[in-house]
Design a protein around this ligand. Structure first.
Ligand SMILES: *Cc1c(COP(=O)(O)O)cnc(C)c1O
Length: 389
């Protein structure tokens, strides 16, 4: 049986009480207070919570500048515009990734060039990037997947050698660290997302981080139509509206007060999964290098069997996903490779294809209890056993 994920009818639905969603934001309580404060102040577009949220994000990530934007996708758009990337330029993106990085490279008129990922960490492989850079490469977008991070020291070297700007899409790796440095602060620009499913949320929202003052000024200008501060309707450059609202930033400020509890609960969830997943045959976890201190966005693993043909592996993986949904557990496949998707005509790679065909990511959020994690792992084990290899 080939499971159809898009139209799969499941026996259980999200309205049932024992349904375990893939992700769920934790709302602690002070969100409502700060939102009310923002509303009462009448500052509901821009306002002091936006400035405060930016200050907090910059401080917590130990980086000089943070610019709040409307979401994690516009954060990437602003990063590319800030770097002046456009038609004729090439942007390197991972062959296995959430598509936002590729979409925004195309949005600014650049050409996307894919590079392969590491078979164990699933993140962009610097060695593969080195093979595809040309004198037209203007940027490399490192996407830190599921909370794991790209091997940054090597990638920084490759980027420097190619005279290309390194952008980190840290939407899934907020507060993860590589050798003690926060995700999104190692390249020239880093971006975050505050979607409801992400580690810190504002509903929709994003952030751009940089240590480069000129770049910071340019991006501040571009965020607000290119209009000069203090000189209304005077446009220095043609910009955009990428702003985050004060109401959303108020939610973000409240969330950051609880960062330590979000961090510890996500670590508990990760440890709890590790204990149970260890004993499941036919499934292995994403590998975290010892240079990475990961704050996981999602716990994920992959079906084993490197000699199994890709199409059988993908069919079995999809079957497992449907079986788990039938048991009321919302799990997700990995991303499809960019080269396999209609909008992007780019090169395919063996590691990326294997990862794309075999990954299953599991429910991960602070409120997920150890009992539920145990149930998820039991259902996963059963589904693997019952599916067609
Ligand atoms: C979520 C996500 C984005 C996009 O963020 P939005 O806030 O939803 O626009 C970009 N890149 C990656 C890797 C993501 O996971």
């Amino acid at each position: 049986m080939v499971a159809n994920l898009a139209h799969g009818q499941t026996k259980q639905s999200p309205t049932q009480s024992n349904w375990i969603p893939y992700a769920m934001p934790t709302i602690f309580g002070s969100e409502a207070d700060l939102v009310t404060d923002a509303l009462r102040s009448t500052w509901i577009s821009g306002g002091p919570y936006v400035d405060e949220f930016e200050r907090q994000i910059a401080r917590l990530n130990r980086t000089p500048y943070a610019i709040a934007v409307s979401n994690g996708t516009t954060a990437l758009h602003l990063a590319l515009l800030g770097l002046g990337i456009g038609p004729g330029d090439e942007v390197v993106v991972p062959a296995f990734t959430f598509a936002a990085a590729a979409n925004m490279a195309l949005a600014v008129g650049a050409r996307i060039v894919t590079a392969d990922v590491d078979p164990e960490t699933w993140c962009l492989d610097p060695g593969s990037v080195e093979q595809v850079v040309t004198d037209r490469t203007r940027a490399i977008i490192a996407v830190h997947l599921y909370g794991n991070m790209v091997e940054m020291d090597t990638l920084v070297e490759v980027a420097n050698h190619a005279h290309a700007a390194l952008i980190e899409d840290a939407a899934e790796a907020a507060f993860s660290q590589y050798k003690g440095r926060a995700a999104g602060t190692i390249g020239r620009i880093g971006t975050l997302s505050f979607h409801a499913a992400k580690t810190i949320t504002t509903g929709e929202g994003g952030m751009v981080m940089t240590a480069d003052e000129d770049l910071f000024r340019r991006m501040m200008l571009l965020r607000n139509q290119g209009m000069r501060k203090g000189k209304p309707y005077w446009h220095d450059v043609a910009g955009h509206n990428f702003r985050l609202t004060n109401v959303q930033a108020a939610i973000g400020c409240a969330q950051l007060k609880e960062l330590e509890s979000i961090r510890s609960e996500r670590r508990r969830v990760h440890c709890s999964y590790r204990r149970s997943l260890r004993n499941i045959s036919g499934f292995r976890e994403q590998v975290f290098p010892n240079t990475v201190d990961a704050l996981l966005w999602a716990v994920a693993g992959q079906l084993t069997g490197d000699d199994v043909p890709l199409h059988s592996m993908e069919a079995q993986r999809d079957e497992v996903i449907v079986k788990m949904r039938d048991e009321g557990i919302e799990v997700r496949p990995g991303f499809y490779t960019l080269g396999s998707l209609p909008p992007y005509s780019c090169k395919e790679y063996p590691n990326a294809r294997r990862v794309a065909a075999s990954v299953i990511s599991l429910p991960t959020y602070p409120a997920l209890t150890d009992e539920k994690i145990q149930r998820i792992c039991e259902v996963l084990e059963q589904a693997l056993r019952d599916s067609t290899p």
